[in-house]
Design a protein around this ligand. Structure first.
Ligand code: FVH
Length: 290
């Protein structure tokens, strides 16, 4: 262990917390850990971690305190009774923007600086620099700048704003886009499922097609920023709604429910019926804004 490497505290040794702990220990950081179920911390002792007997004592051990727990409620329960005055609290627990903002105010009332983080990685990617993992951070930029070297060990840090809610907002936006993609992948494999088609052979074609289509995000962004939803339209809504009918008929022929597709298609039809056949799908955003 390197004497000059800063120490830190980590609360939470679930799948993600354990991966974070291994990354910091491998990088030579002095690490104090606490977990509700103490047995999970034992494996880290041989790697040089110090186990604190309580969350409050773990918090007292270091200025930088990283929390990676199940949800916001568990963060509140764990830190209840800990003295946070003068601490730099980094919350890597997934939550909503409102929860992050409330937690930032809560930390400020207790005299701590606060940074909320959204981990864009799964545990095996943590500490593997070439894995493409990153952590979205929002809240105190000064806190991030001061601890940047330490916080960069598990994954590349990306600060997205002083508003503590922004990391959670970006995180959930990215996860929501991923969820739509998973729905599409699920439907595509279902269409082929009863045929003599190898899913393994189809997978590279599917992945390549989705990768090519992701550049549409830039077009959508450009239309939103210009306010002109007809700008650089390559496939217009009128044509796409026709195409939807073919997709729905094919699902019927293949004996596949279209329930993963129809919510979006219904919105496309509504936008078309409102007279926007020369746009693409950007106008659907206006339809779903409440
Ligand atoms: N694992 C992943 O792939 C994702 C990737 C993206 C980010 N997430 C978020 O990271 C947070 C932690 O996730 P995790 O994978 O470590 O989750 P678990 O393995 O389920 O561990 C949960 C830990 O939370 C502790 N805990 C739960 N409830 C309480 C409570 N009331 N008081 C104190 N601690 C609590 C639990 O302790 P124990 O069950 O071992 O006693 C674990 O340490 C999460 O926000 C993901 O969304 C991970």
């Amino acid at each position: 262990m390197e004497e000059n490497t800063p120490g830190l505290t980590l609360l939470g040794l679930g799948a993600m917390g354990t991966a974070l702990a291994h990354a910091w220990l491998a990088a030579g950081h002095r690490l104090t850990v606490w977990n509700r179920t103490p047995g999970r911390a034992k494996q880290l002792v041989g790697r040089g971690a110090r186990i604190a007997p309580s969350a409050a004592e773990a918090v007292a051990a270091n200025r930088l305190v990283v929390v990676c727990l199940l949800d916001d409620a568990s963060v509140g329960e764990t830190l209840d009774g800990a003295d946070l005055a003068g601490r730099d609290l980094v919350n890597l627990t997934t939550g909503t923007p409102a929860q992050a903002r409330a937690r930032a105010a809560w930390a400020a009332e207790r005299g701590a600086r606060f940074l909320d983080g959204g981990i864009m990685a799964v545990p095996p990617m943590i500490g593997v620099q070439e894995a493409g993992a990153f952590v979205l951070y929002s809240g105190s930029r000064d806190l991030l700048d001061e601890h940047r070297d330490t916080l960069a060990v598990p994954a590349h840090p990306v600060h997205v704003g002083e508003d503590a809610g922004f990391a959670a907002l970006y995180d959930v936006a990215l996860l929501s886009a991923m969820t739509g993609m998973f729905a599409g992948i699920t439907h595509a494999f279902a269409l082929l499922r009863r045929e003599e088609i190898s899913p393994r052979e189809f997978a590279p074609m599917l992945a390549g097609w989705l990768t090519a289509m992701t550049s549409s995000a830039y077009g959508t962004a450009d239309q939103l920023e210009s306010g002109d939803y007809t700008r650089n339209v390559t496939s217009n809504l009128a044509m796409m709604v026709e195409g939807n009918a073919t997709m729905l008929r094919t699902a019927e022929e293949q004996g596949v429910s279209a329930e993963l597709l129809t919510p979006f298609m219904t919105l496309m039809e509504r936008r078309l019926a409102d007279g926007h056949g020369d746009e693409d799908t950007t106008g659907v955003i206006d339809l779903i804004l409440r």
